[in-house]
Design a protein around this ligand. Structure first.
Ligand code: NAD
Length: 352
């Protein structure tokens, strides 16, 4: 039990369970709204159409152009459609990309946002919004960005391919790993982190064996809710900074980058934050870095940054960028040590 802490939690209405997609309409009405613009990526367009159809007159229309990193021009097109259709709310159906678009709209016009989360990335429970304008990404934190309602229906995640389920879940685990050593952690965020990681650790091997295993899908979504919640309440450190740098400056894919770097960043902080990481390390055989790496390998996750298209000649620049603007981390961020970390992650080596 820590001697001192400050406790903050974001307001949340979570509707969790199989078949809860059928409750979107009552949740829209519960927000005092009656004309929702349904959002998705092009890939999930047919699911969005189906949802809009089931909503009947509560659906104003569908906008299915959501993209990774919330480009401003996409948001502007969605805002224009929102106005044209006379919408008064948004329903985002998808992962972090679609939920990001819903957040960007709500940030601009204050409308209610019902998020239906279909990946494990956790964006739906954070007041954080990353947006890109002509390739430059900026991140803001604002209470207006937090969705009013989150629907977690595990049935919607059975279509998430196994590879994406694994990388998305490792992305969720990364939030919890950084949350347990966050400077502003509190007893509740640490409990949420350990329970979230436990649920994901237990669920993932079962999902890899059988992607339609509903109990495992339900546990994984439960774990991702807890891990996303701590992302939204306490500060992140080296791991998220590195992923942000690699994603933003080298255009690497979000979930895969998190999945590959996590064992290495956890190993980097393992000694400096040994006490804080103890419960999580115990879930992976006692050593957090190598334990996470073995876990990821066993699930068939990508292990090497070189497979994502990062060039060996980019490692120096990546290490420079990551060490450039100082930020808090349990172990000081030293450029040479980060260069070594990145090299190991690039090669796909098991962290020592
Ligand atoms: P994503 O939303 O980009 O989804 C990837 C692809 O998978 C998309 O084509 C999507 O339509 C599809 N997909 C999603 N769910 C599916 C399902 N159940 N079945 C089949 N296909 C499905 O992926 P993501 O990793 O969830 O989100 C990444 C984005 O979210 C990044 O831009 C990242 O920066 C952002 N993010 C933001 C926060 C935050 O708190 N602001 C947190 C996490 C991620």
């Amino acid at each position: 039990m820590p001697q001192e802490f400050t406790f903050n939690i974001n307001p949340a209405r979570i509707v969790f369970g199989r078949g809860t997609i059928s409750r979107v309409s009552e949740e829209i009405c519960g927000q005092g709204a009656n004309r929702a613009l349904v959002l998705s990526t092009p890939f999930q367009r047919s699911d969005a159409d189906q949802l809009a159809e089931s909503l009947g007159s509560l659906a104003a229309g569908v906008f299915s152009e959501a993209e990774m990193h919330t480009p401003m021009d996409v948001t502007e097109r969605a805002m224009a459609l929102f106005a044209k259709y006379g919408a008064d709310s948004v329903v985002s159906l998808g992962g972090g990309s679609t939920i990001g678009l819903g957040k960007a709209i709500a940030y601009r016009n204050g409308c209610p946002h019902v998020a239906v989360a279909t990946t494990y990335a956790g964006s739906e429970v954070t007041p954080i919004l990353g947006q890109t304008d002509k390739g430059v990404k900026t991140t803001l934190r604002d209470p207006r960005v937090l969705p009013e309602v989150v629907i977690y229906d595990p049935e919607l995640t059975t279509g998430l391919p196994v590879e994406m389920s694994v990388t998305s879940a490792l992305n969720a685990i990364a939030h919890a790993v950084e949350a347990v050593y966050a400077r502003d952690r509190n007893p509740v965020s640490s409990l949420q982190s350990v329970e979230g990681v436990r649920a994901l650790r237990d669920a993932l091997p079962a999902i890899v064996r059988n992607p339609a295993d509903m109990d495992a899908r339900s546990d994984a979504l439960y774990g991702s809710w807890l891990c996303g919640t701590v992302l939204g309440t306490v500060g992140m450190a080296l791991h998220h900074k590195l992923c942000h740098t690699l994603g933003g400056s080298f255009d690497l894919p979000h979930a895969e980058t998190h999945a590959i770097l996590l064992p290495h960043t956890a190993a980097y902080n393992a000694v400096a934050a040994a006490a804080e990481l103890k419960d999580l390390a115990a879930l992976f055989g006692g050593d957090i870095g190598s334990g996470l790496w073995e876990f990821a390998k066993g699930l068939g996750a990508p292990l090497a940054l070189r497979t994502l298209g990062l060039d060996a000649s980019d490692l120096d620049r990546a290490a420079n960028l990551a060490a450039k603007n100082p930020y808090w981390n349990p172990r000081p961020v030293e450029q040479a040590a980060i260069r070594t970390l990145l090299e190991h992650a690039w090669e796909g080596r098991r962290p020592e």
